[in-house]
Design a protein around this ligand. Structure first.
Ligand SMILES: [Zn+2]
Ligand SMILES: [Zn+2]
Length: 240
């Protein structure tokens, strides 16, 4: 064996050892916990978080497959204050359990998983990110705001500023999920206050769960009232 071929053999051995170590150090898929490498493996993405399923471009409500429409009837009849919504999937297993594990179980590692996946689905430029704030009482009880945890990772990953300091939740009623649809809009009316302006900005609002969309609608309305020109919702799970 020549010196050159011995060196080549050694280099090959070192490269494959590094690859094996990297694979061992990579996290398991957050859904199946079998595959390593990506936050969620290809199989689980295809089975549970299919980005190609038909959704309304504005509010991300499910649309019947095969229909040549981009918006749901509700958004056509009365366009909401936000312009577009990206969701990872439906609020159903396994996503509902993962959201609860983040919120109630303090699994902050899942915020990174959600942030990575949402960042991958973003196709339009944004100028800043804004997490839907929790009320002071709820934030104190939980110790963190799950939407802010997701937005913080996204801001780092996308290299866009976080505008969290601009918005405060001045009123916090009962959780939206506990109310009938017609009461949700009134429950969040006047809930947010902005202490600054966003002239000409394209703002992305980050939330963990979107139910009727009333909370995001109210925040989008406030954000646009201080100059934002485009509001995109980045949401983990959609319930309706
Ligand atoms: Zn998996
Ligand atoms: Zn819609």
């Amino acid at each position: 064996m020549t010196v050159l071929s011995a060196w080549l053999l050694l280099a090959k051995f070192i490269t494959s050892s590094i690859a094996s170590l990297r694979r061992l150090a990579a996290p398991y898929c957050a859904v199946c916990a079998v595959d390593r490498g990506d936050p969620i493996c290809t199989g689980c993405l295809r089975d549970f978080l299919d980005p190609s399923c038909a959704r309304c471009a504005v509010c991300a409500a499910r649309l019947p497959a095969g229909l040549p429409v981009a918006r749901c009837g509700r958004c056509v009849t009365a366009a909401p204050a936000f312009d577009a919504t990206i969701v990872l999937g439906d609020y159903a297993p396994p996503l509902d359990g993962m959201v609860m594990a983040l919120k109630a179980g303090g699994r902050l590692d899942l915020a990174r998983v959600f942030a990575e996946l949402l960042a991958c689905r973003l196709r339009t430029p944004i100028d800043c990110l804004l997490a839907v704030p929790l009320g002071r009482r709820r934030q104190r009880a939980r110790g963190f705001n799950q939407s802010l945890e997701i937005a913080t990772v996204m801001a780092r990953r996308l290299r866009v500023p976080l505008a969290g300091h601009l918005v405060v939740r001045t009123h916090c009623g009962p959780p939206q999920q506990s109310l009938p649809l017609h009461e949700r809009r009134a429950n969040v009316r006047g809930a947010f206050e902005l202490c600054g302006s966003l002239p000409g900005r394209r703002v992305a609002l980050v939330d963990d769960v979107m139910t009727s969309g009333a909370t995001l609608e109210e925040l989008a309305r406030v954000v646009k009232s201080v100059g934002a020109v485009h509001v995109l919702n980045l949401v983990v799970a959609r319930t309706e």
